[in-house]
Design a protein. Structure first.
Length: 157
């Protein structure tokens, strides 16, 4: 752009200082074209720089927005870390505790299954004991009835 601008002014200067010798009778038109090209190149450069400034401002705005968002996110992270520390500490520490608790539960599982088997055996033994007690009472009642009938028969004779 600068070359075109400078070329336009060179054409104007050539017509101004040497009006008839360099370009002949077309020197005025060439100088006018040089001025036109210079003005157009100046406007193109001005618009290009204006566009660059606008893009720069947009980038600055996006950067400020991103930094504000980052500050908000850091503040929220600090708030959440504080809340987590009130409820048992950071997530990593809580995860370690949960893993230890899980390992302890896995260690207890065989003991729990043994306890359940023992409880089932106890229930079965209690049922057998109740059934055996009923059977024994029935048998005792039967024997008592036999003895009573023998006693009654002995009294009659």
């Amino acid at each position: 752009m600068g070359t075109v601008f400078a070329g336009g002014f060179v054409a104007l200067a050539a017509w101004w200082f040497l009006p008839g010798s360099v370009f002949g009778k077309y020197g005025g038109w060439i100088a006018l074209g040089g001025i036109g090209v210079s003005v157009v190149s100046f406007l193109v450069k001005l618009l290009h720089e204006s566009s660059a400034y606008d893009r720069f401002d947009a980038c600055q705005y996006e950067l400020e927005t991103a930094l504000d968002g980052l500050e908000d996110a850091e503040a929220e992270q600090a708030k959440l870390d504080q809340e987590l520390s009130l409820h048992g500490g950071p997530v990593a520490l809580r995860l370690q505790r949960a893993e230890r608790h899980l390992a302890e539960l896995e260690r207890i599982i065989p003991v729990e299954s043994q306890r359940q088997e023992a409880a089932q055996e106890i229930d079965s033994a209690e049922r057998r004991h109740k059934f055996g007690g009923r059977k024994a009472r029935r048998g005792a009642a039967r024997q008592f009835g036999r003895l009573a009938s023998v006693r009654w028969a002995c009294r009659r004779t």
